[in-house]
Design a binder for this molecule. Structure first.
Ligand code: FAD
Length: 373
């Protein structure tokens, strides 16, 4: 039922753009409403594992992304205090046809954006949605501009602070997870090995992997704290504060932070996986439905998977409502498992003794994910 169907996607993030592309490729007429003035992402890395790549390949954008990414070869979990390797996972031996990529977020969004334009998706910038109201045969949207739009089918990919979420699944504010993350891009004098290094320590861990030509290291350093008042991804912090937080870590971990200049800090928020993903002709996708801690590197990959399943479910359904219900049924258990796995890793990563910890959880789940792709 997708040929010629008008569909509105809210949000031009990774989830919204992938959904727009998947829906348009099945014949829908898609518009994307994005509150920001441009389609872009923060300056940070993201890992796209083979399950996400399988979808991106089916959507015809894998090669463009691979050309701008580093092909990951290995993940090494280390005891942060000694630097000793605890667990290694060979990313080239996953028996998946797709690579595991380290990608600059802006590159992923750029590739998806270009593909959307290529299939006729209309992207409307500076177009924030204020309120959503399911009505007979569609959804009424009150825009920040004061305009009112009525649309026949709306997919809300509006992130962890989704406005649609309360309408579909009831009021539940995003909660601070007790974890904060610094992120920093560190120039390297020469290309570094295509590996993820994870340094685990009490109440903290640090993840590092190279981007683009291997001469930029993406570093994310996570530390537990009791409360958080900031919002958004643009709050800066002093390099010295980050360095001090990891000053007892092994020399190779500290070396990653030696010459940092621009450091960002943000709080990690999430909500429980939504109990219900659609109401009438309004559905949630990506973080709006199932924001997760990033400790399995699967949040964006789940949004990418959602997009494929959504388009498939709608294309094969007798009505939008039954298509949206089928989409939820096909996705919800898997997303719950991923979110729970990331929560487990949050505890395991920050134990004082990673050798005895459950740090293997990440690798077990990673190994299972790949062959499914
Ligand atoms: P978002 O990226 O939040 O996009 C939402 C979009 O909607 C934005 O463009 C926003 O401007 C727009 N919007 C919001 N409200 C409105 C409105 N009212 N009207 C119009 N537009 C609106 N995932 C992985 O798969 N691999 C990783 O390695 C990985 N690493 C991570 C590391 C960290 C530190 C963090 C925090 C997350 C990580 N993730 C990772 C998770 C991933 O970043 C998210 O799951 C993913 O970006 C969610 O995409 P989304 O499109 O659902 O939401």
């Amino acid at each position: 039922m997708l040929i010629g169907q008008d569909i509105t996607v809210i949000g031009a993030g990774i989830g919204g753009l992938t959904a727009a592309l998947a829906l348009a490729m099945r014949g829908a007429r898609v518009e994307v409403l994005e509150q920001a003035a441009e389609v872009t992402e923060v300056g940070a890395g993201i890992q796209v594992s083979p399950n996400g790549m399988a979808v991106l390949d089916a959507l015809g954008v894998a090669d463009a992304l691979i050309a701008r990414s580093v092909r990951g070869q290995k993940v090494t979990l280390r005891d942060g205090l000694t630097g000793k390797a605890v667990v290694e996972m060979d990313l080239t031996g996953l028996k998946a046809p797709q690579p595991w990529l380290f990608v600059h977020r802006a590159d992923l969004v750029d590739v998806l954006h270009a593909a959307c334009i290529g299939v006729g998706v209309e992207i409307r910038l500076n177009t924030g949605v204020e309120t959503l109201l399911p009505v007979d045969g569609g959804v009424q949207l009150e825009m920040a501009s004061g305009e009112t739009l009525t649309r026949p089918l709306v997919i809300a990919a509006d992130g962890v602070r989704s406005k649609a979420r309360a309408v579909v699944a009831g009021e539940e504010e995003p909660a601070f997870t007790g974890q904060t993350a610094w992120r920093v891009l560190v120039p390297q004098p020469e290309a570094v090995a295509p590996e993820v290094q994870v340094f685990l320590g009490p109440g903290r861990h640090m993840v590092a992997y190279p981007l683009r030509d291997g001469r930029t290291m993406n570093v994310v350093a996570v530390k537990e704290r009791d409360h958080w008042v900031g919002e958004g991804w643009t709050q800066q912090d002093y390099p010295e504060t980050l360095q001090a937080a990891f000053s007892d870590f092994a020399p190779e971990a500290q070396a990653l932070l030696a010459d940092i200049e621009e450091v960002y800090l943000w709080g990690l928020f999430k909500r429980p996986v939504a109990q219900v993903w659609s109401l009438g002709r309004l559905a949630l996708l990506g973080d709006a439905a199932h924001a997760t801690l990033p400790f399995l590197a699967q949040g964006a990959c789940m949004a990418i998977e959602d997009a494929w399943v959504l388009a498939d479910a709608l294309a094969n359904a007798a009505s939008p409502e039954t298509g949206l219900a089928a989409y939820e049924t096909r996705r919800i258990d898997r997303c719950r498992r991923i979110v729970a796995g990331a929560d487990t890793n949050a505890r395991a990563y920050h134990l004082g003794t990673p050798l005895r910890s459950g740090a293997l959880a990440a690798l077990k789940l990673g190994g299972k994910l790949a062959p499914k792709a």
